[in-house]
Each structure stands twice: as structure tokens, then as C-alpha cells.
Design a protein around this ligand. Structure first.
Ligand SMILES: NC(=O)c1ccc[n+]([C@@H]2O[C@H](COP(=O)([O-])OP(=O)(O)OC[C@H]3O[C@@H](n4cnc5c(N)ncnc54)[C@H](OP(=O)(O)O)[C@@H]3O)[C@@H](O)[C@H]2O)c1
Length: 322
């Protein structure tokens, strides 16, 4: 197979390391550079090959056909512009090009692959979704497509993420002794930075005045997201899982489960696993959707590779852990 040269910006971070590992093991991709900031000059092994992290200024952007940017929000946009200037197409993992937070004006499909597959080929920049939104939006989308969501109804989400979701940077509240054997909510008050992209996508999916109330939690594990989503419906559904089965059919990276998924079902896999159960003892028909992903794979690097596969015309499952 001809190998497409790719580079990773922010390769020394949590998402970037996963990207390097997937790209290095991918039969259709050739990892030609990896950048770091404070860790510039450090070495790491991916798929048996030793890689030295360049400073971004020294990364040979023009040698890559596709550049993955796993840089922090705010820092990414300028490097995406540099990569495009050097002739590369870009899959950006930051929020800089996502709907609701794209201040650049650049046209960039929101790469929730299963929902926007047709928009990806021919794109110069793809805005890879946030980790929580990946689980949540894939979880709720079929209900909007079936026009089952109560107009004006609030979509209530309680979700928990492993600590890698916060990135590699050192912070006191992320130290082991602060986290272990504890469980806490954060960004309480419905102002988390993932809200704008979820609101934009709910609109695109046909939401009618539906607000999102999102409360994230910090789970003392390294990786994984579990989101519990309650959605008021226009009517009760006898077999709720059938809605997801109908919409996702043979999607290779979406699993519909008869029992609530757990993190063990999804960790280190490029899948979202979803269950749906009608709530009893409520006057308003309400469905409880539970969606689980690995934040670093389906919620970041795996989905980015999935988007690159579609962009490059490579079979979508190639190089991705099922
Ligand atoms: N973690 C997740 O679960 C997740 C999921 C979805 C999307 N994302 C997104 O992916 C991106 C990376 O997240 P992450 O969690 O992997 O972050 P991270 O662990 O903090 O890694 C950030 C990377 O960017 C580099 N970097 C930091 N500031 C830089 C600057 N000013 N110029 C150039 N390079 C710089 C860092 O290099 P040094 O370490 O060498 O300083 C590191 O390689 C973010 O935009 C994040 O929102 C993350």
C-alpha cells in the first residue's frame, strides 16, 4: 500500500501520543514528524520506531500530506494555518475550528464521522469533535433524526471523564492524592467549553428549542468517558434500542448494547457503546441514553484517524482498534 506522509503537532501530549501510535502502526500512513513544546528533543517509541520530538518551528510541515494538530485551544489555529500554507490538509483536535468556537472563519466540517461522512472528502481542515460531545452527540442523534425529541425539552447530561481528558500539564487538583478515592463535579453551572459545539450540532440535527444542561465530573481513572443523558420525548418508545439500531445499522464503530455500557467495554477501542432505556415513574415520556467512549481514542486520536481515512479515500476502519 502507498503510504501517505503525515505529521503530528502536539505529539508529546496525551492525544498526540495516541495519534503517533496509531499513525505509526497504520498500514497506509507514514509518520514523518512529531512536534512538542517543552518536551522538544525528547524521544519516544511508537510501533517499534524511535521518534524525536521537533520544536514546531522545526517541523517540516510541507513533507506531510496530512497534519494532525493536537495542540491546545488557541495555540492550534496559527499552526493549522502554517500547515495549510505548506500545502497540507489538517485534522485539528482543538476547539479552534469547531462550530460555536470557530473564530477563524475557515470552513471546516465538524468531524463526527458517522454523521458527516459526506462532508469530509475534499476538505482542507476538519474540526475533530471534543471528547464529551463525541459520546453525547452520537448518543442523541438518532432521536433528533426521528423527530422524537420534545420541542423545547431540556437534554440533561451528567458525564464523567478520566483524568487524561485534562491533558498532560501538571495541576495540583489532578495529583494522585487529590483524585484517588474521590469523585467530583466540575464546570458546574452549564458553561463548559464543549457546550457550544453540542448546541450547534443539536441545531443542525433539527433540534427545536432544545437546551442542553451539561455537568461534567472527574473520574479517578486514566481514561474513558461515561455520559448519562436524559431526553424528554414526544411519545413513549416500546423498544428504544431499535431506533439506534435502525440509524447506525452496520456502523463499525458504534455498538448498541442491551445493558448499560461500562468503561471496560470501550477503553483502548475506537468505539462508542450506547444503551437506551425508557424511564419509569415520570409523567413525560423520557429516555435514558448511556454512552461510553475512550476519550483518547474515539474521543480524540482514533476519530482523527477515522476522519483522515475518509479524507484520503482509505477504507475507514484501517489502522483503528476495534
Ligand atoms: N485529552 C483528551 O481527552 C482530548 C480529547 C479530545 C480532544 N482533545 C484536544 O486535543 C488537544 C490536545 O489535548 P491533550 O489532552 O493531548 O493536551 P496535552 O496533553 O496538554 O498536550 C498538548 C500538546 O501541545 C504541546 N503544546 C502546548 N503548548 C504549545 C504551544 N504553545 N506551542 C506548541 N506546542 C504546544 C505540548 O507540548 P509539551 O508537552 O512538549 O509542552 C503537547 O505536545 C487539545 O486541543 C484538546 O482539547 C483532547
Amino acid at each position: 500500500m502507498h503510504k501517505v506522509p503525515v505529521g503530528v503537532l502536539g505529539a508529546s501530549g496525551y492525544a498526540g501520543r495516541e495519534l503517533c501510535a496509531l499513525a505509526a502502526a497504520h498500514p497506509g500512513l507514514d509518520l514523518v514528524f512529531a512536534s512538542a513544546n517543552e518536551q522538544r528533543g525528547h524521544r519516544a517509541r511508537f510501533a517499534g520506531e524511535e521518534v524525536t520530538f521537533f520544536a514546531p518551528e522545526d517541523a517540516p510541515l510541507g513533507s506531510a500530506e496530512v497534519v494532525f494538530s493536537a495542540l491546545p485551544h488557541g495555540a492550534s489555529a496559527a499552526w493549522v494555518a502554517n500547515a495549510r500554507g505548506a500545502g497540507a490538509r489538517v485534522v485539528d483536535l482543538s476547539a479552534d475550528f469547531r462550530p460555536g468556537t470557530n473564530a477563524t472563519g475557515t470552513r471546516a466540517p465538524y468531524g463526527l464521522t458517522e454523521l458527516v461522512r459526506d462532508e469530509i472528502p475534499g476538505s482542507e481542515v476538519i474540526a475533530n469533535p471534543g471528547c464529551y460531545p463525541t459520546a453525547i452527540l452520537l448518543g442523541v442523534a438518532p432521536l433528533f433524526r426521528e423527530a422524537l425529541v420534545l420541542p423545547g425539552g431540556v437534554i440533561n447530561i451528567s458525564a464523567a471523564s478520566g483524568v487524561t481528558g485534562a491533558g498532560y500539564g501538571a495541576r495540583h487538583e489532578l495529583m494522585f492524592a487529590e483524585l484517588a478515592e474521590d469523585f467530583r463535579a466540575y464546570a458546574v453551572g452549564n458553561a463548559h467549553r464543549h457546550l457550544p459545539e453540542m448546541q450547534a450540532m443539536v441545531q443542525k440535527l433539527g433540534g427545536k428549542g432544545n437546551d442542553i444542561l451539561f455537568t461534567p465530573h472527574l473520574l479517578p481513572v486514566a481514561r474513558g468517558i461515561l455520559a448519562t443523558i436524559t431526553i424528554p420525548l414526544t411519545r413513549s418508545i416500546a423498544d428504544p434500542a431499535s431506533i439506534w439500531r435502525k440509524h447506525y445499522g452496520t456502523e463499525p464503530f458504534i455498538e448498541i448494547s442491551d445493558t448499560p455500557p461500562t468503561l471496560r467495554d470501550v477503553v483502548r477501542r475506537n468505539v462508542v457503546r450506547i444503551s437506551a432505556t425508557m424511564a419509569e415513574n415520570l409523567r413525560q415520556p423520557t429516555v435514558i441514553v448511556i454512552a461510553a467512549i475512550d476519550n483518547l481514542i474515539k474521543g480524540a486520536a482514533g476519530q482523527a484517524i477515522q476522519n483522515a481515512n475518509v479524507l484520503l479515500g482509505i477504507e475507514e476502519r484501517t489502522g483503528l482498534p476495534l
